[in-house]
Design a protein around this ligand. Structure first.
Ligand code: YSA
Length: 334
């Protein structure tokens, strides 16, 4: 019985190797693999039937089938490697024209908001401001209360808020401004402070050519002994000169923000009309006291600007909604 099994294993080997030698393409090889080495192939079927042989024959039959499996697997791997080599070699030598110019890959590029932010941050970094980043999902206390905007303050209406969780004790929102980073920085750091903080902000806005519901801001804060309004104006004029050149008209006007006193808004001339690019002012003593700074010793200025608005003025983009509409005809111009 054992001799019969050995003879039939040898026959199987011969048949398998003959048919492997006849397989010339990858698809024929795959057919061969399924027929001989597959789960329902010849070898597996025979291995499964070893259990039905007389006990004295099982060991030898099982061992010789396993040896065959190893040698057929090796023969198959070799055949696959030979076939792919010869298939590669059969590509006609004139199939490629190596003198043709290559096709450029699509590398993508920086988003115009990101480009503008990097340029603005670079200007402030040169003036000694350090870049810091903070959370987009923010606590109400940082976005409003510690900026001297308590609940029910009418100034909250100017920044219609998208809430994440209003039921928790520490209410959570999508930040409406980057100003919370003033508080987070001052809580951690003693004066002197000079930071700029970029990032996304969200407001429940009725959108138009200069308002989006999602936009970026860059916050700035400088606190030290002896900082005055003229430092604020000097810094922001220098910023405007570096971004827009010396010929562009800039306007400072009184404005109200609860966390500054006095407050200003800064506008830039755009084809004969003023477009507001930022709010700014001298940090309110209450804000300084709230983070434990001595407001009789330290003063500071702060500002919050919109990089998309600045890019609109710099590159003559007529509608802010282009920035987030993901239209490549717009994005690929930068
Ligand atoms: C004021 C005083 C400070 O000491 C510090 C910061 C500020 C700015 C204040 N946090 C603020 O958010 N003021 S703001 O509502 O007037 O927005 C500032 C700038 O963000 C705007 O000038 C504009 O450039 C941009 N911005 C505001 N809402 C926007 C927007 N950009 C696009 N879409 C909107 N909906």
């Amino acid at each position: 019985m054992a001799e019969n099994a050995t003879a039939s294993t040898q026959e199987l080997e011969r048949a398998a190797l003959d048919s492997l030698a006849a397989a010339k393409s990858e698809s024929q090889l795959e057919e061969w693999r399924v027929a001989y080495l597959g789960r329902r192939g010849e070898l597996s079927t025979r291995l499964r039937s070893v259990g039905s042989l007389p006990p004295e024959d099982r060991r030898e039959a099982g061992a010789s089938l396993n040896r065959l499996k190893i040698s057929l697997t090796a023969a198959f791997d070799q055949a696959v490697s030979d076939t792919s080599k010869s298939e590669r070699q059969t590509v006609p030598s004139d199939a490629f024209d190596i003198t043709l110019p290559g096709r450029r890959g699509n590398l993508g590029g920086l988003h115009p908001s990101e480009m503008m932010m990097r340029e603005i941050l670079g200007v402030f970094n040169d003036m000694g401001f350090q870049t810091v980043e903070g959370p987009i999902v923010e606590l109400e206390i940082y976005n409003f209360d510690m900026l001297n905007i308590p609940a029910d303050h009418p100034a909250r209406d100017l920044q219609d808020t998208l809430w994440v969780d209003r039921s928790s004790k520490d209410k959570i929102l999508l930040r409406t401004q980057t100003s919370p980073m003033q508080i987070r920085t001052m809580e951690k750091q003693k004066p002197p402070v000079r930071i700029v903080s970029p990032g996304l902000c969200f407001r429940h806005e009725a959108t138009d050519a200069t308002h989006e519901w999602q936009f970026h801001q860059i916050e700035g804060l400088a606190v030290d002994e002896g900082i005055t309004m003229s430092d604020l104006k000097g810094t922001l004029y220098e910023f405007a000169r570096r971004i827009f050149g010396t010929q562009r008209k800039i306007r400072f006007r009184c404005d109200y923000f609860p966390f500054v006193e006095p407050g200003v808004d800064v506008s830039v001339d755009w084809n004969g009309r003023w477009v507001e690019i930022m709010g700014a002012g001298m940090v309110h003593p209450k804000v300084l006291e709230g983070v434990g700074y001595d407001s009789s010793k330290y003063t500071g200025f702060a500002f919050g600007m919109g990089p998309e608005r600045i890019a609109m003025l710099k590159y003559d983009i007529e509608d802010i909604r282009h920035f987030f509409s993901n239209d490549l005809r717009f994005l690929s111009q930068f």
